[in-house]
Design a protein around this ligand. Structure first.
Ligand SMILES: Nc1ncnc2c1ncn2[C@@H]1O[C@H](COP(=O)(O)OP(=O)(O)O)[C@@H](O)[C@H]1O
Ligand SMILES: [Mg+2]
Length: 184
């Protein structure tokens, strides 16, 4: 497994060094790995671009991250490899800490407000349907910072005044509220 990953990653960018495979449990055509490039740690999300899920999902996440450049509290796009050597791949910032699902109870309401601000900023940028869940949020080791790491399913809205956009925005905020009931 590791050898295949290393070889695939070398095809995408020879400067990338494979460290860990992060979505090993899931039977997904998209692989998520921790990698290093010139000693900096990043996340590489990639798959074969002949797969239709890869060919729609990764360009969507790229468009969302480009729109979200100014938003704090997310892991930003570092590089888009586009369709390179048969692979589509995105290099993203790495968030240090633990998944919310592994953080246990006792988190502060400040963290919840921080995430709410991030969600509202994303909404203002026309991004909605944020898949707010405990496997898509990293809590820093000092438990003072929360980062949304996966906007792969998010949608860009063209008509930001539409009724449905309002419903989707409320849905994201409700997801956050429900989630934090388990972790406060
Ligand atoms: N930027 C990141 N920083 C740290 N860990 C990450 C980051 N992105 C992803 N991960 C880890 O990889 C897992 C899968 O990544 P994710 O982008 O959520 O893909 P998917 O849900 O499509 O499998 C996450 O649950 C998390 O454990
Ligand atoms: Mg995810």
């Amino acid at each position: 497994m590791t050898t295949i990953q290393s070889k695939e990653i070398e095809l995408i960018d020879r400067e990338l060094e494979f460290k860990t495979f992060l979505n090993i449990e899931k039977n997904s055509p998209i692989s998520v790995c921790e990698v290093t490039k010139q000693e900096n740690v990043y996340i590489l999300k990639y798959g074969k671009n002949t797969d239709s899920w890869v060919a729609t999902h990764l360009p969507n996440e790229k468009r969302v991250l480009e729109r979200a450049k100014e938003c704090e509290g997310i892991t930003h796009l570092v590089k888009d490899y586009n369709s390179f050597n048969g692979y589509a791949a995105l290099l993203k910032e790495y968030a240090e800490g633990n998944l919310l699902s592994d953080s246990g109870k006792g988190l502060s309401t400040k963290l919840q407000s921080q995430l709410e601000n991030t969600i509202r900023h994303l909404h203002k940028s026309g991004i909605v349907y944020l898949d707010i869940g405990s496997d898509n949020i990293i809590i820093s080791n000092d438990r003072k910072k929360a980062t949304i790491i996966d906007l792969g399913l998010a949608c860009l809205k063209r008509d930001e005044s539409s009724y449905f956009f309002e419903i989707d925005k409320a849905g994201d905020l409700l997801d956050l509220e429900e989630l934090f009931k388990l972790y406060l």
